[in-house]
Ligand binder design. Structure first.
Ligand code: GLN
Length: 294
């Protein structure tokens, strides 16, 4: 028998200790992160922790929590530790094969939904779907839509398919592996094509926040030398895959909106683009309709 009995922990002091620890390491929202990690270990909703501050945790629970905390201190994003990320109304499962859905991408979904309101039985495509966030949010919020989604990464598609099943949307969302629109060649007819392509300039990848740079998939981030590779390719490709006056909706990086709008116009296939800012006021979503005569 070893000497001291293992220390028992009540929930509140454990949370307080962890949030002090996180604060000392300059993690954002230290208490919130401590709570989210503990809620995950205990399979509770975060707010339910507040009803159980006196609860004694088992040594196995404390060990599992400490392992979560260690990973977070090593810089692993919280969503990869819990395997969950919120996006609009959805609880998605995520892993390091997919980008963690960002709040600004919710604006892209908003722009898409506004357009889809006026379309009967819309056919929708999400190019480079990652976790499936855009495709699944559109299917969930526009029940008349039939959605297809592509990704080059089969690991990402496996995650997206699992999300579709989990959210009971698999009957209206289909997934295909391939580069951009390749799975639909020679022709497709979509009312809306949405994409959040990789858009970080290659030279900027090293300078990204460590948590992004070291853990999120570079395949989903690297937009080539000037960050615009995928917009150039989509501007050249997407027109014929859209129904007449169908809409292309693209998320763009900070400072890219005007260049992307110009690329779309120069292709000759699209009417002048509209640009929508995100909640920080950064022009974030570029959308343009296929010209009827194009
Ligand atoms: N928004 C991502 C970031 O924070 C980039 C996503 C992308 O390249 N599409 O770095």
């Amino acid at each position: 028998m070893s000497g001291a009995a293992p220390r028992t922990w009540q929930l509140l002091p454990l949370l307080e200790e962890t949030s002090r620890f996180f604060a000392a390491r300059n993690l954002e929202n230290p208490r919130l992160q401590a709570e989210l990690l503990l809620a995950d270990v205990l399979a509770l909703r975060r707010l339910d922790l507040y009803l159980r501050f006196d609860q004694l945790l088992s040594p196995a629970q404390v060990d599992a929590y400490r392992e979560h905390v260690r990973q977070r201190l090593r810089g692993v994003p919280l969503q990869y530790i819990t395997g969950k990320a919120g996006f609009r109304n959805l609880n998605l499962s995520v892993d390091p094969a997919v980008l963690i859905p960002r709040p600004e991408t919710e604006i892209l979904v908003e722009v898409a939904l506004e357009y889809l309101q006026g379309v009967e039985a819309p056919q929708v495509l999400d190019v480079g779907c990652g976790s499936g966030a855009i495709a699944l949010a559109l299917a969930q919020e526009c029940p008349a839509a039939r959605v297809k989604a592509t990704d080059l990464s089969s690991a990402a598609l496996a995650r997206a398919r699992a999300n579709a099943r989990e959210l009971e949307l698999a009957d209206r969302v289909g997934f295909c592996c391939g580069d951009l629109l390749d799975p639909f060649r020679p022709a497709g007819q979509f009312h809306l094509i949405a994409s959040n392509p990789p858009y970080v300039r290659r030279g900027d990848l090293e300078g990204l926040e460590a948590q992004v740079r070291d853990h999120e998939p570079h395949l989903a981030l690297d937009g080539g030398e000037d960050g615009l590779d995928f917009y150039r390719r989509l501007a050249g490709l997407a027109g014929p895959f859209l129904a007449p006056e169908g809409l292309l909706v693209l998320e763009v990086g900070a400072g890219q909106a005007d260049e992307v709008a110009a690329l779309l116009e120069q292709s000759g296939c699209f009417a002048p683009a509209s640009i929508r800012p995100d909640l920080a006021g950064i022009p974030r979503v570029v959308s343009a309709a296929r010209r009827a005569e194009a």
